[in-house]
Ligand binder design. Structure first.
Ligand code: CS8
Ligand code: FAD
Length: 392
């Protein structure tokens, strides 16, 4: 693997500290032992990977963002990115189920009171539970400011009504983060809530059958007169939209890191196959047309990883990273799709067959250009930030 292992030498370094290397190596070993051997089976059965999630919890690879005060590892965004890449190398379906916890937990970390963090983050570290982040709706995905789910104040409670769509982990969630409208139209009328999964009035749709990442659980969730205590609002009324956006500054680098994991897997599988498969009297890696496909895959994987690290490092340094997070998401997701496509090409007919690993990578890759904000939305964010980054 291509990560530099030297300790940081100066202000610019791609080296990792000993602790970061240890985190990456733990995740790499976990993936080789617990995810790679079962990935194809979960893809076929589409079962939720509970045994892997429980093992990840035991290994300390679940809820890695949760601060130490609430029982978590309190890892930096860069360290979480190292873990995401490794887990995704094994199976991005499993990785999505695991990292969806981090996504649901992030609003609490960004804006929750001490009591909320203690109650909802604390329990995640004590036992292997999962949670879900409910923002998208049937009529509003990219356009978060126009969601319709409403929360109305009744005495000292909030009552939530509405429908969320494409919610990862929904079928198994112990609790949900829910973005709902408490005020006027637009972004400023939205607020964020933590809702217990066993609340009366929550109903779950069927598990959606998706193109890829098939063991991950994606569902519609309907809230009908769901009563939520006042203290479960995160921040103040109207804070919800900005909380949701601040969350993406943390999670987009991690989703991008997962795309890099898939790209790296496609590259390694393709190199191995090209070294073994012979045509016209030589291994196909010796045909320049094949070797150049592999070279392109290596270039794009390294470039994506560098941008992911920059977006994570910028956030950890306490600076605004929205611009880099969207760049990392755009490049890493395109690279995942292209690398998976090239890997199938290099495998020839075998690339189209389920007995070989790359057709799964091909199906799994596409979602990276869609969830956590489509590539069009990432470009919109990048372009809106240009004048601030490069003032006239
Ligand atoms: O709506 C925004 C957007 O990002 N849309 C994409 C939605 C998205 O990414 N959804 C993902 C759902 S979760 C998911 O897919 C999970 S996948 C499965 C799990 C995987 C494992 C992890 C948008 C289109 C960019 C926003 O556009 P607008 O409506 O035009 O709003 P703006 O005018 O840009 O902003 C309104 C105010 O918010 C402030 N803002 C915006 N971004 C930020 C950040 N930090 C802080 N504040 C922010 N990043 C902005 O400054 C505006 O504030 P004002 O005070 O009004 O000036
Ligand atoms: P739309 O917003 O309807 O977009 C349709 C097309 O129009 C896209 O190509 C888009 O890029 C383009 N488009 C839209 N607006 C613009 C514009 N202004 N300029 C240019 N192009 C534009 N959401 C959650 O909240 N929680 C989850 O856990 C979650 N998990 C998911 C898991 C899966 C497997 C899937 C498929 C989705 C998940 N999502 C989740 C939802 C996901 O974030 C949305 O599907 C995504 O943000 C796009 O929204 P949409 O599907 O409504 O598409």
């Amino acid at each position: 693997r291509s990560l530099a292992t030297a300790a940081p030498q100066g202000p610019v370094s791609f080296g990792l500290t000993d602790d970061q290397e240890a985190v990456r190596d733990l995740a790499r070993r976990f993936t080789r032992e617990n995810i790679v051997p079962v990935a194809a089976q979960y893809d076929r059965s589409m079962e939720y990977p509970w045994p892997v999630i429980k093992a990840a919890h035991g290994a300390g690879l679940l809820n890695t963002h949760v601060p130490e005060k609430y029982g978590g590892a309190g890892l930096s965004v860069l360290e979480c990115a190292l873990i995401s890449e490794e887990l995704a190398y094994g199976c991005t379906g499993v990785q999505t189920a695991i990292e969806a916890n981090g996504l649901a937990e992030a609003p609490l970390i960004v804006a929750g009171s001490d009591a909320i963090k203690q109650k909802y983050l604390g329990r995640m570290t004590e036992e292997p539970l999962v949670s879900a982040y409910c923002v998208t709706e049937p009529s509003a995905g990219s356009d978060v400011a126009n969601i319709r789910t409403r929360a109305e104040k009744k005495g000292d409670k909030w009552v939530i009504n509405g429908t969320k769509m494409w919610i990862t982990n929904a079928g198994h969630a112990n609790w949900f983060f829910v973005l709902a409208r408490t005020g006027d139209a637009g972004a400023k009328g939205l607020s964020g809530f933590v809702v217990d999964g066993d609340s009366v009035g929550i109903s779950l749709g069927k598990k959606e059958i998706n193109m890829g990442q098939r063991c991950s659980d994606t569902r519609m969730v309907t809230f009908e007169d769901v009563v939520v205590p006042e203290e479960n609002m995160l921040g103040s009324p109207g804070d919800g939209f900005k909380i949701a956006m601040k969350v993406f500054d943390i999670t987009r680098p991690l989703v991008s890191a997962a795309a890099v994991g898939l790209s790296q897997r496609a590259l390694e599988e393709a190199v191995k196959y090209a070294q073994e498969r012979k045509t016209m009297g030589t291994a196909i890696i010796n045909h320049q047309a094949v070797a150049f496909m592999l070279a392109d895959m290596a270039i794009q994987t390294e470039a994506s990883r560098a941008l992911v690290w920059k977006s994570a490092w910028t956030k950890d340094a306490g600076e605004k990273n929205t611009f880099y997070a969207s760049m990392a998401k755009t490049l890493a997701s395109r690279t995942a799709v292209e690398n998976a496509n090239l890997a199938v090409q290099i495998f020839g007919g075998a690339g189209f067959n389920t007995e070989y690993p790359v057709e799964k990578l091909f199906r799994d890759s596409k979602i990276f250009e869609l969830y956590e904000g489509t590539s069009q939305i990432q470009r919109m964010i990048i372009s809106r930030n240009l004048s601030q980054v490069y003032p006239p």
